[in-house]
Write a protein that binds this ligand. Structure first.
Ligand SMILES: [Mg+2]
Length: 111
C-alpha cells in the first residue's frame, strides 16, 4: 500500500504501526520519553536552522517531533483505552485561536 497524503489521525495510526514494527517502547512507562524525544527533535530542528542546513533537513527534524507527538497520543489511546481525534482537536483549536484578538498572548517582542 502506498500512501502519499494522510490526515493527522491516519498519521497517528502509521506512527503506531512503525513503533510496533520497529520494536520501539510501547507501554505506559514510555509516555514521558515520547514527550522528551519530541523536545529533542525540536532542538535538532533549531540546531539545523542555526547551522544553515537546508529547509528539507530542518523540516525533517520537525516531522520527527510530530512523529513523537503522535506516538505519545497513540500510546495514550492504547494504554488509557480512550480515543483522541487529532483532526477534530486541531480544527477546534484553530477555530478557537482564530476567534482570539490580534497577537493574543504576546505582550513582549523577542528581539
Ligand atoms: Mg531527528
Amino acid at each position: 500500500m502506498s500512501i502519499d497524503k494522510c490526515t493527522f489521525n491516519e498519521a497517528k495510526r502509521l506512527v503506531r504501526e512503525l513503533v510496533s514494527a520497529k520494536g520501539f517502547p510501547n507501554n505506559e512507562s514510555a509516555l514521558t520519553q515520547k514527550l522528551l524525544w519530541a523536545f529533542v527533535e525540536l532542538g535538532e530542528a533549531a540546531d539545523a536552522y542555526k547551522k544553515g542546513e537546508s529547509w528539507d533537513v530542518i523540516s525533517e527534524e520537525l516531522i520527527d517531533a510530530i512523529f513523537y507527538i503522535l506516538d505519545f497520543i497513540g500510546l495514550v489511546e492504547k494504554t488509557q483505552g480512550i480515543e483522541i481525534d487529532v483532526d477534530r482537536l486541531f480544527l477546534e483549536k484553530w477555530r478557537k485561536n482564530m476567534e482570539r484578538p490580534r497577537q493574543y498572548g504576546q505582550k513582549r517582542d523577542i528581539k
